[in-house]
Design a protein around this ligand. Sequence first.
Ligand SMILES: [Zn+2]
Length: 284
Amino acid sequence: MTAVVAALLGSAYVLGRSLVPDQTQRHATGVTTEGDGPHYADQTPEEPPTGTPTGTPTGIPTAGQSAGPSEAGQDGSGQSASGDKLFGAHTETGNARLALTFDDGPDPRYTPQVLAILREYDVKATFCVVGENAQDHPDLIQAIVADGHTLCNHSWHHDVSLGNKSADQIRADLVRTNEAIRSAVPDAPIVWYRQPGGAWTYPVVSVSQQLGMTPLHWSVDPSDWQAPGASKIAATVLAQAEPGAVVLMHDAGGDRQGTVDALRRILPQLSARYELEALPTDPT
Ligand SMILES: [Zn+2]
């Protein structure tokens, strides 16, 4: 079984890599991403939704089938929350409260908007930040912490295949990320780790735990990285929210205005229905 899982994950990584040349090519046209911040290899926000067969790039098998872009290792990658691919990573808060998590930032275009909306509703959340973005935007790390939100390590360069590397390489990546965060906020508690793409492996879970972090997955995924629009993002979150849910959203990695706008729509209802929490800095 382990071998099968490893093979599946492996193919997801290969698929993720196969998207890179295409994405680079598209970006080179300057049509879709002018002024955008970092795009990670596993993120294809301009890609048509899974199931749209037109324009399938060469080398990507059967878009619309089980190996469509949504399984290319993105955070919202169709990883089954109930499957054994999670290696024990948390998918829920462990209590009745609901947690909002924002991945891939910080990003100067979207993170301040997210912070402002959360402040408006007095909601605390958790930000799974990418090391190189933390290094580039220490002021935003400081703003996140100053507002009472909690932090989660999301690897240095959003490396979806990190789990396939050696324990030493994984450790170096996670430590470097924590150091970038702590150069902005020296005493910042960082007790959560979220593997990019949800591509968990035993080594990445093990190393993150050795470094004092708890692996964090999710239970609600509105696929906002695909930029389906604020209405769809909001509808999915509101439909799937339940006590204990961990909601995956993104404040960076592409055009995230839809996520920002969705947040403004969902917070009135979510905060009325649930107690929202930042994931604690003392998980047990
Ligand atoms: Zn991510």
